[in-house]
Design a protein around this ligand. Sequence first.
Ligand code: SF4
Length: 296
Amino acid sequence: MECNFCPRKCKVNRTENAGFCRVKGLTIARVGKHEWEEPCISGTRGSGTIFFSGCNLRCIFCQNDAISRSDYGQVISVDTLGKLMLYQQDSGAENVNLVSPTQFVGQIAEALEKYKPQIKIPIVYNSNGYESLEQLKRLEGLIDVYLPDLKYADNSLAMEYSSAPHYFETAKTAIAEMKRQRPKNVFVNGMLRRGVIVRHLVLPGNLDNSKKVLDYLASFDRNIYVSLMAQYFPTTDVKAHPLLGRTLTQNEYDEISSYFKQCGLHNGYFQELSSNSDEYVPDWSLENLKEVIGKV
Ligand code: SF4
Protein backbone atom coordinates (compact mmCIF):
# COMPACT_ATOMS: atom_id res chain seq x y z
CA MET A 1 0.00 0.00 0.00
CA GLU A 2 1.34 3.43 -0.92
CA CYS A 3 0.81 5.81 1.98
CA ASN A 4 -1.50 8.75 1.38
CA PHE A 5 -2.65 9.14 4.99
CA CYS A 6 -1.72 12.82 5.05
CA PRO A 7 -1.22 15.69 2.60
CA ARG A 8 2.41 14.75 2.04
CA LYS A 9 1.33 11.69 0.04
CA CYS A 10 4.79 10.09 0.36
CA LYS A 11 3.53 6.98 -1.48
CA VAL A 12 5.89 4.72 0.44
CA ASN A 13 4.91 1.20 1.35
CA ARG A 14 4.65 1.55 5.12
CA THR A 15 5.11 -2.15 5.73
CA GLU A 16 8.67 -1.71 4.41
CA ASN A 17 9.65 1.94 4.65
CA ALA A 18 8.92 5.01 6.68
CA GLY A 19 7.95 8.23 4.94
CA PHE A 20 8.28 11.80 6.14
CA CYS A 21 6.60 10.88 9.45
CA ARG A 22 9.43 8.41 10.26
CA VAL A 23 7.23 5.52 11.36
CA LYS A 24 6.26 2.32 9.56
CA GLY A 25 3.82 0.08 11.45
CA LEU A 26 1.19 1.23 13.94
CA THR A 27 3.35 2.55 16.80
CA ILE A 28 2.27 4.08 20.09
CA ALA A 29 4.39 5.78 22.75
CA ARG A 30 2.06 6.15 25.70
CA VAL A 31 -1.30 5.11 27.10
CA GLY A 32 -2.42 6.99 30.20
CA LYS A 33 -4.71 9.51 31.81
CA HIS A 34 -4.01 13.16 31.07
CA GLU A 35 -5.26 15.89 33.37
CA TRP A 36 -4.01 19.01 31.60
CA GLU A 37 -6.26 19.19 28.57
CA GLU A 38 -9.11 21.73 28.44
CA PRO A 39 -11.50 21.25 31.42
CA CYS A 40 -14.24 19.87 29.13
CA ILE A 41 -11.77 17.22 27.88
CA SER A 42 -9.90 16.25 31.06
CA GLY A 43 -12.86 16.58 33.44
CA THR A 44 -12.33 15.10 36.88
CA ARG A 45 -11.28 11.61 35.81
CA GLY A 46 -8.68 12.53 33.19
CA SER A 47 -8.60 12.14 29.43
CA GLY A 48 -7.71 8.65 28.19
CA THR A 49 -4.78 9.48 25.96
CA ILE A 50 -3.15 7.19 23.42
CA PHE A 51 -0.06 8.93 22.04
CA PHE A 52 1.10 7.86 18.57
CA SER A 53 4.76 7.89 17.58
CA GLY A 54 6.20 9.89 14.69
CA CYS A 55 4.61 12.99 13.16
CA ASN A 56 3.83 14.38 9.74
CA LEU A 57 5.18 17.80 10.75
CA ARG A 58 8.77 18.66 11.69
CA CYS A 59 8.28 21.51 14.14
CA ILE A 60 11.70 22.77 15.17
CA PHE A 61 10.26 23.54 18.62
CA CYS A 62 8.31 20.27 19.04
CA GLN A 63 7.20 19.94 22.67
CA ASN A 64 6.97 16.13 22.36
CA ASP A 65 10.19 15.63 20.41
CA ALA A 66 11.07 12.47 22.35
CA ILE A 67 8.36 10.57 20.48
CA SER A 68 7.66 12.61 17.33
CA ARG A 69 11.00 12.36 15.61
CA SER A 70 11.47 8.61 15.59
CA ASP A 71 9.60 5.35 15.89
CA TYR A 72 10.16 5.33 19.66
CA GLY A 73 7.43 3.22 21.23
CA GLN A 74 5.78 -0.11 20.66
CA VAL A 75 4.31 -1.54 17.45
CA ILE A 76 0.79 -2.89 18.04
CA SER A 77 -1.97 -4.45 15.96
CA VAL A 78 -5.18 -2.69 14.95
CA ASP A 79 -7.01 -5.06 17.28
CA THR A 80 -4.79 -4.09 20.22
CA LEU A 81 -5.49 -0.43 19.47
CA GLY A 82 -9.23 -1.11 19.73
CA LYS A 83 -8.71 -2.99 22.99
CA LEU A 84 -6.65 -0.12 24.40
CA MET A 85 -9.59 2.18 23.72
CA LEU A 86 -11.81 -0.21 25.71
CA TYR A 87 -9.14 -0.31 28.43
CA GLN A 88 -9.33 3.48 28.74
CA GLN A 89 -13.11 3.29 29.00
CA ASP A 90 -12.95 0.52 31.63
CA SER A 91 -10.40 2.45 33.67
CA GLY A 92 -12.82 5.39 33.97
CA ALA A 93 -11.35 7.87 31.49
CA GLU A 94 -13.61 10.72 30.37
CA ASN A 95 -12.86 9.96 26.72
CA VAL A 96 -10.41 8.23 24.39
CA ASN A 97 -7.95 10.89 23.26
CA LEU A 98 -5.98 9.97 20.12
CA VAL A 99 -2.93 12.25 20.22
CA SER A 100 -0.94 12.90 17.03
CA PRO A 101 -3.00 10.32 15.11
CA THR A 102 -2.65 11.49 11.49
CA GLN A 103 0.12 9.12 10.36
CA PHE A 104 -2.05 6.16 11.43
CA VAL A 105 -5.45 7.41 10.32
CA GLY A 106 -6.14 4.26 8.30
CA GLN A 107 -5.50 1.88 11.20
CA ILE A 108 -7.50 4.16 13.54
CA ALA A 109 -10.48 4.06 11.20
CA GLU A 110 -10.22 0.25 11.04
CA ALA A 111 -10.04 -0.07 14.83
CA LEU A 112 -13.01 2.26 15.32
CA GLU A 113 -15.11 0.54 12.66
CA LYS A 114 -14.80 -2.62 14.75
CA TYR A 115 -14.75 -1.29 18.35
CA LYS A 116 -16.74 1.96 18.28
CA PRO A 117 -20.09 0.20 18.99
CA GLN A 118 -18.66 -0.92 22.36
CA ILE A 119 -17.25 2.50 23.29
CA LYS A 120 -19.67 4.78 25.11
CA ILE A 121 -17.25 7.61 25.92
CA PRO A 122 -16.30 10.21 23.25
CA ILE A 123 -13.50 9.54 20.80
CA VAL A 124 -11.27 12.60 20.51
CA TYR A 125 -9.06 13.18 17.44
CA ASN A 126 -6.25 15.44 18.67
CA SER A 127 -4.19 16.52 15.67
CA ASN A 128 -1.86 19.16 14.28
CA GLY A 129 -4.37 20.14 11.59
CA TYR A 130 -2.19 18.97 8.67
CA GLU A 131 -4.76 16.46 7.49
CA SER A 132 -5.94 14.91 4.25
CA LEU A 133 -9.55 15.74 3.39
CA GLU A 134 -10.14 12.26 1.93
CA GLN A 135 -8.91 10.58 5.10
CA LEU A 136 -11.02 12.82 7.32
CA LYS A 137 -14.10 11.85 5.35
CA ARG A 138 -13.33 8.25 6.21
CA LEU A 139 -13.59 9.16 9.91
CA GLU A 140 -17.11 10.54 9.61
CA GLY A 141 -19.31 9.07 12.36
CA LEU A 142 -16.30 7.50 14.10
CA ILE A 143 -14.90 10.64 15.77
CA ASP A 144 -16.98 12.56 18.30
CA VAL A 145 -14.66 15.43 19.15
CA TYR A 146 -12.09 17.02 16.87
CA LEU A 147 -9.24 18.89 18.55
CA PRO A 148 -7.18 20.28 15.65
CA ASP A 149 -4.40 22.83 15.88
CA LEU A 150 -4.35 25.88 13.69
CA LYS A 151 -0.68 26.70 14.12
CA TYR A 152 -0.04 29.16 11.32
CA ALA A 153 -1.90 31.55 9.07
CA ASP A 154 1.42 32.34 7.43
CA ASN A 155 2.72 29.67 5.07
CA SER A 156 6.29 30.94 5.09
CA LEU A 157 6.33 30.52 8.88
CA ALA A 158 4.83 27.04 8.49
CA MET A 159 7.68 26.12 6.14
CA GLU A 160 10.34 27.66 8.35
CA TYR A 161 9.12 26.17 11.63
CA SER A 162 7.35 22.94 10.57
CA SER A 163 8.45 22.14 6.98
CA ALA A 164 4.79 22.09 6.02
CA PRO A 165 3.92 23.35 2.52
CA HIS A 166 0.46 24.95 2.15
CA TYR A 167 -0.20 24.49 5.87
CA PHE A 168 -2.79 27.26 6.15
CA GLU A 169 -5.01 26.14 3.26
CA THR A 170 -4.63 22.50 4.30
CA ALA A 171 -5.57 23.11 7.94
CA LYS A 172 -8.45 25.44 6.98
CA THR A 173 -9.90 22.73 4.74
CA ALA A 174 -9.45 20.14 7.49
CA ILE A 175 -11.16 22.31 10.12
CA ALA A 176 -14.05 23.05 7.75
CA GLU A 177 -14.53 19.29 7.23
CA MET A 178 -14.39 18.64 10.98
CA LYS A 179 -17.03 21.32 11.53
CA ARG A 180 -19.15 19.84 8.76
CA GLN A 181 -19.06 16.47 10.55
CA ARG A 182 -19.56 17.94 14.05
CA PRO A 183 -21.28 21.31 13.48
CA LYS A 184 -22.44 21.94 17.04
CA ASN A 185 -20.60 21.53 20.33
CA VAL A 186 -22.66 19.37 22.66
CA PHE A 187 -21.80 19.46 26.37
CA VAL A 188 -23.16 17.10 29.02
CA ASN A 189 -22.38 18.07 32.62
CA GLY A 190 -19.66 20.37 31.34
CA MET A 191 -17.95 17.66 29.29
CA LEU A 192 -17.71 17.90 25.51
CA ARG A 193 -19.55 14.93 23.97
CA ARG A 194 -19.38 16.07 20.35
CA GLY A 195 -17.90 19.02 18.54
CA VAL A 196 -14.73 20.87 17.58
CA ILE A 197 -12.22 22.93 19.55
CA VAL A 198 -9.41 24.58 17.59
CA ARG A 199 -6.15 24.95 19.47
CA HIS A 200 -3.57 27.62 18.84
CA LEU A 201 -0.21 27.63 20.57
CA VAL A 202 0.94 31.24 20.89
CA LEU A 203 4.63 31.38 19.98
CA PRO A 204 6.94 34.04 21.46
CA GLY A 205 7.78 36.85 19.06
CA ASN A 206 5.17 35.68 16.53
CA LEU A 207 2.10 37.63 17.60
CA ASP A 208 1.22 38.71 14.04
CA ASN A 209 0.76 35.07 13.12
CA SER A 210 -1.48 34.49 16.13
CA LYS A 211 -3.62 37.52 15.23
CA LYS A 212 -4.03 36.28 11.65
CA VAL A 213 -5.07 32.86 12.98
CA LEU A 214 -7.71 34.46 15.21
CA ASP A 215 -8.88 36.77 12.39
CA TYR A 216 -9.41 33.76 10.19
CA LEU A 217 -11.26 31.77 12.85
CA ALA A 218 -13.56 34.72 13.61
CA SER A 219 -14.33 35.10 9.89
CA PHE A 220 -14.95 31.36 9.54
CA ASP A 221 -17.30 31.07 12.51
CA ARG A 222 -17.38 33.58 15.35
CA ASN A 223 -18.98 30.94 17.59
CA ILE A 224 -16.18 28.44 17.12
CA TYR A 225 -14.47 27.21 20.30
CA VAL A 226 -10.81 28.16 20.47
CA SER A 227 -8.20 27.10 22.98
CA LEU A 228 -5.47 29.71 23.26
CA MET A 229 -2.40 27.94 24.59
CA ALA A 230 0.38 29.61 26.55
CA GLN A 231 2.33 26.50 27.41
CA TYR A 232 5.19 26.89 24.91
CA PHE A 233 8.66 26.28 26.30
CA PRO A 234 11.93 26.21 24.32
CA THR A 235 13.34 22.73 23.83
CA THR A 236 17.10 22.17 23.59
CA ASP A 237 17.03 22.51 19.79
CA VAL A 238 15.69 26.07 19.86
CA LYS A 239 17.31 27.44 23.02
CA ALA A 240 19.48 29.71 20.84
CA HIS A 241 16.72 30.67 18.38
CA PRO A 242 16.27 34.47 18.24
CA LEU A 243 12.48 34.26 18.74
CA LEU A 244 11.73 30.76 19.98
CA GLY A 245 14.51 30.57 22.55
CA ARG A 246 12.33 31.80 25.42
CA THR A 247 8.88 31.33 26.90
CA LEU A 248 5.97 33.66 26.21
CA THR A 249 5.70 36.83 28.30
CA GLN A 250 2.53 37.70 30.19
CA ASN A 251 2.23 40.85 28.04
CA GLU A 252 2.35 38.78 24.85
CA TYR A 253 -0.31 36.38 26.07
CA ASP A 254 -2.50 39.23 27.36
CA GLU A 255 -2.24 40.97 23.97
CA ILE A 256 -3.43 37.87 22.13
CA SER A 257 -6.15 37.16 24.70
CA SER A 258 -7.48 40.71 24.21
CA TYR A 259 -7.27 40.33 20.45
CA PHE A 260 -9.34 37.16 20.72
CA LYS A 261 -12.24 39.23 22.07
CA GLN A 262 -11.64 42.19 19.77
CA CYS A 263 -11.98 40.08 16.66
CA GLY A 264 -15.38 38.81 17.76
CA LEU A 265 -14.57 35.38 19.16
CA HIS A 266 -16.25 34.56 22.45
CA ASN A 267 -15.95 30.83 23.11
CA GLY A 268 -12.47 30.40 24.47
CA TYR A 269 -10.20 28.47 26.77
CA PHE A 270 -7.21 30.27 28.22
CA GLN A 271 -4.14 29.03 30.09
CA GLU A 272 -1.97 30.27 32.92
CA LEU A 273 1.57 31.13 31.88
CA SER A 274 2.78 28.74 34.57
CA SER A 275 1.85 25.91 32.18
CA ASN A 276 4.99 26.66 30.14
CA SER A 277 7.26 24.05 31.63
CA ASP A 278 8.61 20.70 30.54
CA GLU A 279 7.21 19.25 33.78
CA TYR A 280 3.91 18.92 31.89
CA VAL A 281 5.50 16.73 29.23
CA PRO A 282 4.27 13.16 29.83
CA ASP A 283 6.50 10.34 31.02
CA TRP A 284 7.49 8.27 27.98
CA SER A 285 8.50 5.16 29.93
CA LEU A 286 8.44 2.08 27.70
CA GLU A 287 8.09 -0.17 30.75
CA ASN A 288 4.78 1.50 31.65
CA LEU A 289 3.61 1.26 28.05
CA LYS A 290 4.42 -2.45 27.82
CA GLU A 291 2.67 -3.09 31.13
CA VAL A 292 -0.55 -1.50 29.86
CA ILE A 293 -0.39 -3.29 26.51
CA GLY A 294 0.12 -6.54 28.42
CA LYS A 295 -3.21 -6.03 30.19
CA VAL A 296 -5.39 -5.97 27.05
S1 SF4 B 1 1.44 9.55 6.95
FE1 SF4 B 1 3.68 9.59 6.85
S2 SF4 B 1 4.29 8.28 5.13
FE2 SF4 B 1 2.07 8.70 4.96
S3 SF4 B 1 1.91 10.42 3.58
FE3 SF4 B 1 1.98 11.28 5.66
S4 SF4 B 1 4.13 11.67 6.14
FE4 SF4 B 1 4.05 10.35 4.34
